[in-house]
Ligand binder design. Structure first.
Ligand code: AMP
Length: 134
């Protein structure tokens, strides 16, 4: 079963396109957090972030940068959230790699709804050692 984004890429369902090249497509999210919320979608249907080769990922990020600049200059937003929901547990609804670029305004009242936690004494150091990458 193709994902919604494959159907959009194949032209089987409509979308509002902002940009297209050989490896990605940028469209407006149909249910925006803020108007102008855009999605940079990989044309190859990688279900999750780590499956995308580094070079391709770098290209997607470079296009996300252009989208950010365009949203700021055209909509006058004060900032953006640039995020990837990565796998079902993170809230990813469409298993096809895409980057959200969400316009943000000072005091717009939006938030992720995350509840922040606290570490016990010494816990952050131990966990840092376990997660260390070099
Ligand atoms: P995610 O939860 O990261 O997988 O995000 C999927 C996003 O795709 C959501 O923000 C949806 O609003 C958006 N979306 C779903 N269907 C469409 C569609 N047909 N056109 C544009 N955006 C869509």
């Amino acid at each position: 079963m193709p994902t919604v984004f494959e159907m959009i890429i194949n032209g089987d369902i409509p979308s509002t396109k902002l940009y297209e090249d050989e490896s990605c497509l940028v469209i407006l999210d149909i249910n925006p957090v803020e108007k102008g919320h855009a999605l940079v979608i990989a044309k190859k249907p990688y279900p999750v972030f780590t499956q995308c080769p580094d070079e391709e990922l770098a290209h997607l990020m470079s296009i996300a940068k252009k989208v950010d600049l365009k949203l700021r200059s055209t909509l006058g937003c004060d900032g953006t959230n640039i995020l990837i929901n990565n796998d079902e547990a993170s809230g990813q609804e469409i298993a096809h790699l895409h980057i959200h670029i969400i316009p943000r305004y000072k005091n717009d009242g939006q938030n992720f709804g995350f509840v922040k936690q606290k570490y016990e004494d010494g816990e952050i150091k131990k966990l840092g050692e376990k997660l260390c990458l070099n």
